[in-house]
Design a protein around this ligand. Structure first.
Ligand SMILES: Cc1cc2nc3c(=O)[nH]c(=O)nc-3n(C[C@H](O)[C@H](O)[C@H](O)COP(=O)(O)O)c2cc1C
Length: 226
């Protein structure tokens, strides 16, 4: 597959078939992805692969915690590391466009908080994907190493696409980190950076037809050529 095709055809998939992904394919995928570059080659990523019973145990615990939190019987555990809370333009507009398009395809009307809550919860079931990836990083590392993890995420997603697999990166897994860390024995010296669903797309699900918008070059590129 040409790299441009992998870049163009990758998109966030939010409904997966239950078809399993063979362990050998996962190893092949992660091995090629480990060729991702990193500053001074520190390779700061740690990838937890959850599948089979381990996946189900994690999903069950996080989903139960989420329900309990909603009912007021469990503490929340929103992101362990700082995330943007103040929203401003042009970011708000882009976020809203995505939300409008995605919830439109899901048939969830604006303001239907119950349905939106349930749909967001699909993140914690890895959108039914058979494999979940949890990316962690040593807390002693700084911004530059977080960049490396971002490159790793995209490398995994493109290599997955080239192998007929689909993905969805999931910041949602920053929440409920106490449960995830406990379940996967992730030490307190690490942050959970991001999760990812991995498997085979349900092609006919409307939500999977979403082609998210992109800004034209003129909105984000400045040429200095004089
Ligand atoms: C770091 C990162 C975190 C994301 N977290 C989530 C998430 O928690 N849930 C979700 O449904 N999509 C998530 N996404 C997917 C984005 O919404 C998606 O990449 C964006 O809308 C562009 O669409 P595309 O991936 O289909 O090109 C995330 C993407 C990235 C890169």
């Amino acid at each position: 597959m040409h790299v441009d095709d992998a870049i163009r055809e990758r998109r966030s998939i939010r409904a997966f078939k239950s078809d399993p992904v063979p362990r050998a394919l996962l190893e092949d995928l992660l091995e090629i992805a480990s060729r991702a570059p990193s500053g001074t080659n520190v390779q700061p990523w740690h990838v937890h692969v959850v599948m089979d019973a381990a996946r189900d145990r994690l999903v069950d615990r996080v989903m139960a915690h989420r329900e309990a939190h909603r009912a007021g019987g469990a503490p929340d555990a929103s992101s362990e590391y700082p995330r943007a809370t103040k929203r401003k333009e042009p970011y708000v507009r882009r976020m809203r466009t995505l939300g409008k398009e995605m919830y439109g395809l899901l048939g969830i009307p604006k303001g239907d908080q119950e349905a939106s809550w349930r749909q967001w919860g699909r993140n914690y079931e890895f959108f039914s994907a058979p494999v979940g990836l949890i990316f962690t990083i040593d807390k002693d590392l700084e911004y530059n190493s977080w960049l490396d993890i971002g490159i790793m995420l995209q490398t995994v997603m493109l290599a997955a696409k080239a192998r007929g697999l689909d993905t969805c990166a999931q910041g949602a897994w920053n929440n409920f980190w106490t449960i995830t860390k406990d379940e996967l024995n992730i030490p307190d010296t690490e942050y959970i950076v991001c999760g990812m669903s991995l498997g085979y797309a349900k092609e006919d699900e409307p939500v999977n037809t979403l082609i998210s918008e992109r800004e034209p070059l003129s909105n984000f590129v400045t040429f200095h050529d004089g």
